[in-house]
Design a protein around this ligand. Structure first.
Ligand SMILES: [Mn+2]
Length: 359
């Protein structure tokens, strides 16, 4: 039996909303994922790419990784793939920051190439392992369809597998991938994606989960254990806030009221309130965004409060006048449809100009 701990997409150096604190959060999330993995005593710890958010990581992030990986030496076989974020545009593998980590013998990766094949003995059995860094999809499909492992136990790790599960060749005991940041595991087809170790892009990740995947691979089949992997920062997503058809004051009250549903925390959470609905331009103009932010910040003391304006503003409708045109009727129709503030006043004096009496 070979035990694999599978994590992915740590994006060290990313900082949500450009918050400096999130750089440290990303490092701590990654460390937490590694520590949780090691508690399962895996033979292989595989990170399926995007370890760094940029192919030119900051020293702080690089040193953090080196320190952490030094502590894993001789304890686990550490595999890290090059993701699209770990290399400069143009699939230039030799320019990835992972190359230095390989030179230091801290990780196994794909070197200057997109693909690498390994054969390692675990528990007395040879395990054939194929590593595929980020590459163009035709090249990926070529590898996927041409590799035929010789060993009974074979593993396939790629940064991204875009092939539909039902089209995967049945040669491999486990297909591990990353790239997308939400957890997904198909035990029928033996393909797994842990999700990112921290929140990188909240709008894509808010409805998903991040999990550590532990797979015990043997000839008799795989056994899976998954473990929830929460971000070290608390996130509060306020969804379902709908302001359709509300008047200006109702909107402001409703947004404040939504914030009231949260309780203050010591942990300085990130609060994201997504506001949906259909409103008229006048209402939109009178939303007191900065006052609502101040209210929420005072009440909840978050690290960051974000109001996502996900509403639509209905543009003014064209005015339609009934035919045949008649000056008096047309003026009245125009006033009514544009909700003119002086409508009543004008309506009162209008008959005077058309031979009638003032009402
Ligand atoms: Mn990624």
């Amino acid at each position: 039996m070979v035990r694999i701990a599978h994590i992915s997409d740590s994006h060290l150096g990313s900082s949500l909303f450009q918050l400096t604190e999130r750089r440290e959060d990303a490092r701590q999330c990654f460390k937490k994922a590694v520590e949780m993995s090691m508690k399962h005593s895996p033979d292989i710890l595989v990170h399926t790419g995007d370890l760094f958010h940029s192919h030119m990581p900051q020293n702080d992030d690089m040193n953090f990784v080196i320190e952490l990986f030094k502590g894993l030496k001789d304890k686990v076989h550490l595999i890290v793939l090059q993701g699209n974020h770990d290399q400069p545009y143009g699939y230039r593998y030799s320019l990835s920051p992972l190359r230095g980590l390989e030179t230091m013998d801290l990780i196994t990766s794909t070197g200057d190439d997109p693909h690498r094949k390994l054969a390692e003995v675990y528990d007395g059995k040879t395990v054939e392992i194929h590593l595929l860094s980020w590459m163009p999809s035709p090249q990926f499909n070529h590898y996927l369809n041409s590799i035929e492992p010789k060993e009974k136990l074979a593993l396939f790790f790629a940064h991204h597998i875009h092939t539909p599960t039902e089209n995967l060749p049945v040669h491999f005991n486990y297909y591990g991938c990353g790239h997308k940041h939400n957890h997904w595991l198909d035990e029928e087809y033996d393909i797994g994606r842990p999700g990112s170790t921290c929140f990188v892009d909240w709008s894509r990740e808010m409805r998903g989960r991040k999990k550590l995947i532990i797979v015990d691979v043997d000839n008799s089949g795989n056994e899976y254990t998954v473990q929830q992997l929460n971000d070290v920062r608390e996130f509060k997503f306020l969804t379902g806030v709908d302001i359709t058809g509300m008047k200006p004051e109702q909107v402001n009250d409703s947004l404040r009221h939504s914030l009231d549903s949260l309780s203050p925390k010591k942990t300085k959470p990130i609060i994201i309130m997504q506001v949906n609905g259909l409103i008229d331009p006048e209402t939109e103009r009178s939303i007191k965004r900065s006052e609502i932010l101040k209210y929420g910040e005072k009440k909840l003391d978050p690290l960051f409060l974000h109001i996502e304006p996900n509403w639509s503003s209905v543009a003014a409708r064209p005015v339609s006048l009934s035919e045949p045109l008649d000056v008096e009727t047309s003026i009245l129709e125009y006033l009514r449809q544009t909700k003119d503030k002086q409508a009543t006043q004008i309506q009162r004096i209008l008959p005077k100009y058309f031979g009638g009496e003032i009402r």
